[in-house]
Design a protein around this ligand. Sequence first.
Ligand code: SAM
Ligand code: DTB
Ligand code: SF4
Length: 341
Amino acid sequence: MVPAMDSITSAAVLGASRSLGSDSFIRHDWSCEEVRALFALPFPELMFRAQSIHRCHFDPAEVQISTLLSIKTGGCPEDCAYCPQSAKYATGVKAEKLMSLDAVLEEARAAKDAGASRFCMGAAWREPKDRDLEQVCAMVEGVRALGLESCATLGMLTETQAKRLKRSGLDYYNHNLDTSPEFYGDVITTRVYQDRLDTLSAVRNAGIHVCCGGIVGMGESDDDRAGLIATLASLPQHPESVPINMLVQVEGTPLSGTAGLDPLDFVRTIAVARITMPKSMVRLSAGREDMSDETQALCFLAGANSIFCGPKLLTTANPGRDRDMRLFDRLGLKPMGPEAG
Ligand code: SAM
Ligand code: DTB
Ligand code: SF4
């Protein structure tokens, strides 16, 4: 009886997978209401849908590994209420100058040796000055020469700056929408949502892959989480990478002390991102240091297929390589090659 039941179940799943995997399932017109309805599904149904879609486009045992380096730390003029690098908050993060080319390439080499396929460089800027951009372009060239994919996150860009980065060979640009349009003003007052959307379209127009996601656990409502995903999934082209960050609470920032989010609501956010953006890499991003292995496992089951590896994110802690590799072993996961999206 049991084998027969199993084969019926797998046939049904495989049948569904074939049609689910077609590009006609990829939509760019998600309403907030539809996304809210996904969030409200019973957990087993939500996970089943997310896994079915994940398997149409990816090997569920493969996880892409990126490494993050803060090339310019602290002293940022913006007031993002979550960020330890804002000059407006006393968080203990010291403002530093832009790192030298040699120092960045040394870190990139170490990341490559540790198995990373992508190297992401972050700067605590509202927007880069043209002189600094030239330095970053040299770093991008060096990172690519090592055989790594390059990613940068430098704040707002003009169309001209995005084209310059493209000429240097930049593969990905990270620029997050962070939350819903409605909640944005509660978190950041020094820029508006449309500024983010404008940079995203400059990056897209320059032909650079887009990495765009958000943060949950900032005291937003269920509707705000749905609003963030609906906005991302309704962009004219889905971001190739969608980082979902759990707020890392840093003392001194206005969001320190915010009531913690139920980890299952974080898993739901990953699952809904996977369902609405089937071909995107969904990155289980910040917040893993304080997350149990079991919650991370649920995130992978919900369709997350990328992480940042290494003991530090930009300024806060991340699980060390050993803990991650133990988790990969326990779950039978393996690192994905550099050709992934
Ligand atoms: N300054 C640039 C910008 O804001 O676009 C690039 C660097 S910024 C630190 C990159 C992203 O890190 C932010 O958009 C935000 O989503 C995420 N981030 C920053 N602080 C965080 C925190 N405490 N917890 C989770 N994510 C955070
Ligand atoms: C993203 O979405 N998360 C990363 C990366 N893009 C640049 C940054 C997380 C930063 C967490 C806080 C810190 O370490 O300073
Ligand atoms: Fe500056 Fe980026 Fe931090 Fe905002 S998130 S304060 S723009 S470094």
